[in-house]
Unconditional design. Structure first.
Length: 153
């Protein structure tokens, strides 16, 4: 009777091993990312998850908050910081995997003004005493013409 179960046991072992291997190929990747990257990374992650079967778990917050969590031992596979100094500090403390540091993303300051705005022709113009308000509550439709001036540092 033991002889009859050996082939079944062998087949069950092979199938079990194959299923385990298939399941182990899918990974959970924990990503700590600056809040300004929420929309872009969420969209990228959806496509990545669909293609690979991996699961992406996000922790979005300010770079300083995320860096502090990492310092306190929070597990992160990937850290996207908006503040390079925060990543530098983690690197100096040996909290980043050696040789993995890169800066693939960046931000650009965009200043949008109306045609009648006077005195803002550079980022320094935002400190002009004549400027009473820097945040307009009006929501612009994409169909409306909206003048803009863009400066990059």
């Amino acid at each position: 009777m033991r002889q009859a179960f050996k082939p079944f046991s062998a087949i069950a072992s092979v199938v079990g091993f194959a299923l385990t291997a298939a399941v182990s190929q899918a990974a959970t990747v924990t990503v700590f990312a600056a809040a300004s990257l929420t929309d872009a990374l969420t969209e990228i992650a959806a496509a990545y998850e669909h293609r690979t079967g991996d699961r992406i778990v996000f922790n979005f917050a300010a770079s300083g908050t995320l860096a502090r969590q990492i310092e306190l031992g929070a597990p992160a596979d990937i850290f996207f910081a908006a503040d390079e100094a925060k990543a530098d500090a983690l690197d100096a403390k040996g909290l980043l995997a050696s040789g993995t540091r890169s800066s693939p993303l960046g931000n650009t300051l965009v200043i949008v003004t109306t045609p009648d705005t006077v005195g803002i022709d550079s980022p320094a113009g935002l400190t002009n005493a004549a400027i009473q308000r820097i945040l307009e509550t009006r929501v612009w439709s994409l169909r409306e013409p909206m003048p803009r001036r863009i400066w990059r540092n």
